[in-house]
Design a protein around this ligand. Structure first.
Ligand code: AMP
Length: 194
């Protein structure tokens, strides 16, 4: 399975990606985690990315797509993956399409996690990561609506929307059921509630 998980910060896509990565036997690739690891190791990429992470802004597309290209070239990603937090812009989605076309493969589905903004902000404040100060959280929400929401239209034919309010296990079950139930074409006509 080749999946993309999209959702606003705090929607729980990282938790879902970790759970479903074991359930489906494919690696969980989080661009946020990759950037944070580069930052901890003080690599040149990490040093370049740092100021964007701290401001809740997006790292430039070319840097991000290059990092993903290298990760997808690793052997464990050959037969499938869950991309968590990528693509986050339409140019990144174009970049991913080119990468996948180059390998002659396609995405199976794009899962969108939805939740009201007050739920998202409360979850992130409770989590307390380095970039979870309230002003940075609000900025990450703004950036999501501005830059990432258009990616949903890009993937209209592959989109599966899931309500992300509730227990993690229950949401993971719902994602698995939806992935099994829905044929690839025309998925977008059968969203639940939105
Ligand atoms: P996340 O862990 O997904 O919440 O991402 C944390 C931060 O990493 C974001 O606020 C961005 O600064 C950066 N980041 C993660 N994924 C991307 C991406 N696809 N494009 C650009 N920046 C990203």
């Amino acid at each position: 399975m080749r999946l993309v998980f999209i959702g606003p910060p705090g929607a729980g896509k990282g938790t879902q990606a970790a759970m479903l990565s074991s359930a489906l036997g494919v690696p969980h690739i989080s661009t946020g985690d990759l950037f944070r690891r580069h930052r901890e190791r003080r690599t040149p990429l990490g040093r370049d990315a740092e100021r964007y992470l701290d401001a809740g802004e997006l790292v430039p597309d070319s840097v991000t797509v290059d990092m993903v290209r290298m990760r997808l070239d690793e052997p464990d990603a050959r037969h499938g993956f869950i991309l968590d937090g990528f693509p986050r812009t339409v140019p990144q989605a174009d970049g991913l399409t080119l990468l996948l076309d180059g390998s002659g493969v396609k995405l199976d589905a794009v899962v969108e996690f939805t939740a009201p903004e007050d739920v998202l902000v409360d979850r992130l404040l409770a989590r307390g990561r380095q970039d979870d100060a309230e002003d940075v959280i609000r900025n990450r929400q703004r950036v999501y609506h501005r830059d990432t929401a258009p990616v949903l239209a890009y993937y209209a034919d592959l989109l599966v929307s899931v309500d992300a309010v509730g227990g993690a296990e229950q949401i993971a079950d719902e994602v698995l059921t939806r992935l099994q139930a829905e044929p690839q074409a025309g998925r977008h006509q059968r969203h639940r509630g939105n």
